[in-house]
Design a protein around this ligand. Structure first.
Ligand code: SF4
Length: 363
């Protein structure tokens, strides 16, 4: 069913807690060991889930994130409540000893169908370096296999950063070999612990996007977060556009063929025109509403405001949805399909309607 993105989001991200046993180098939430004061209580969380029915049908998918969502002791009850409200339920757990077969099975009985797991390197050395825990790489691969054994579709999340960009072909191979159905690539925003990491240049981002179009031909879906210009690249390639003749793309493309052989299917890349505040809304651990988890612009709070009204009527979200941007994004022929990362525009200039500096287009 086509979804009117002015009326309802496709995804509601809920940061259930900031507590997490890990301390990853790129953490958006700068997660900490204990829950912060002000986290939504069970009672408040149940009320919040009920308000999501106000979007009507199709219901948005509730994506429970953190911190580590498994640190919420009431998670089973909340999953049950989501099911009672007919909200499709997805989970973004951290890989820690809390991620057990019993916990997965209990959540699956409450309707869990998709879980995302972060994998930030193709080797133990790089992944464990990002996660800060020796042995975490193997535990992550085992977590993906365990979820698959329980019938849960796995989305592998990978942050694109300078230290690990050359490993992307081998990570693609792991995505395919573990049977994950979706590979989602996060392009850095200078927020949380991400401010300590090196972004790629706009030209390099373009090369990575072309590589991702290629990678999407190996049986899994490829999506990006905070790189909506990937959709422009997908559209350009579909119209016969060629990849750039530059060194990074050449190395990544050669690596892909060396690891995975010749592609065996058509591109399976995301083409929906969603962006922060258009098809997506974020609820913080304390109920704060923002256009996304990477765009700390307060739209209200679920304790006081109706999320349905905020999504439909907040002036900023209306401007984002109508692609009323300034700078290059404002004059770009792809501003509706892409629209640039609103979070990166905000981080760079303080204007959530400004241009996305990570995109080289129009060059
Ligand atoms: S200029 Fe802006 S709208 Fe156009 S492709 Fe780049 S990021 Fe997207």
């Amino acid at each position: 069913m086509p979804i009117d993105l002015d009326q309802r989001p496709i995804l509601v991200f809920w940061e259930t807690t900031r507590a997490c046993g890990l301390a990853c180098r790129h953490c958006r939430a700068s997660a900490i060991a204990q829950p912060l004061p002000g986290e939504l209580t069970t009672h408040e969380a149940v009320d919040f889930l009920g308000t999501l029915t106000g979007f009507g049908v199709p219901r948005p998918v509730l994506v429970a994130t953190g911190g580590d969502v498994l640190m919420r002791r009431d998670l089973n009850l909340l999953a049950e409540e989501a099911a009672a409200n007919r909200l499709p339920f997805a989970l973004a757990p951290s890989v820690t000893p809390l991620l057990t077969a019993e916990r997965i099975e209990a959540l699956r009985r409450h309707g869990l169908k998709i879980a995302s797991i972060s994998l930030d390197g193709a080797t133990a050395e790089t992944h464990d370096g990002v996660r800060g825990i020796p042995g975490h790489f193997e535990e992550t691969l085992e977590a993906i296999r365990m979820l698959r054994r329980h019938g849960v579709t796995v989305q592998v999340n990978t942050v694109v950063m300078r230290d690990t960009v050359e490993e992307l072909p081998r990570i693609a191979q792991l995505v395919r070999d573990t049977g994950a159905g979706i590979w989602e690539l996060f392009f850095l925003i200078q927020i949380g612990r991400g401010t300590e990491l090196a972004e790629l240049t706009p030209a390099e981002n373009e090369e990575v996007c072309h590589f991702l179009v290629d990678a999407s031909r190996y049986g899994f879906i490829v999506r990006t977060v905070e790189a909506p210009f990937f959709r422009r690249v997908v559209a350009e390639r579909a119209q016969g556009g060629l990849p750039p003749r530059r060194a990074l793309y050449a190395r990544l493309a050669a690596g892909l063929r060396s690891e995975l052989g010749e592609p065996d299917g058509p591109p399976r890349a995301q083409t929906k025109g969603t962006r922060d505040g258009r098809g997506i809304i974020f609820v913080g651990h304390d109920g704060e509403l923002t256009p996304s988890g990477f765009l700390p612009y307060s739209l209200g709070n679920v304790r006081d405001d109706d999320i349905v009204e905020v999504y439909r009527d907040h002036p900023l979200l209306r401007s984002i949805r109508s692609a009323s941007f300034s700078g290059r994004c404002g004059v770009c022929a792809f501003r509706d399909l892409c629209g640039g990362s609103r979070a990166r525009a905000f981080a760079a200039s303080g204007d959530p309607l400004g241009e996305d500096p990570a995109c080289p287009f129009p060059s």
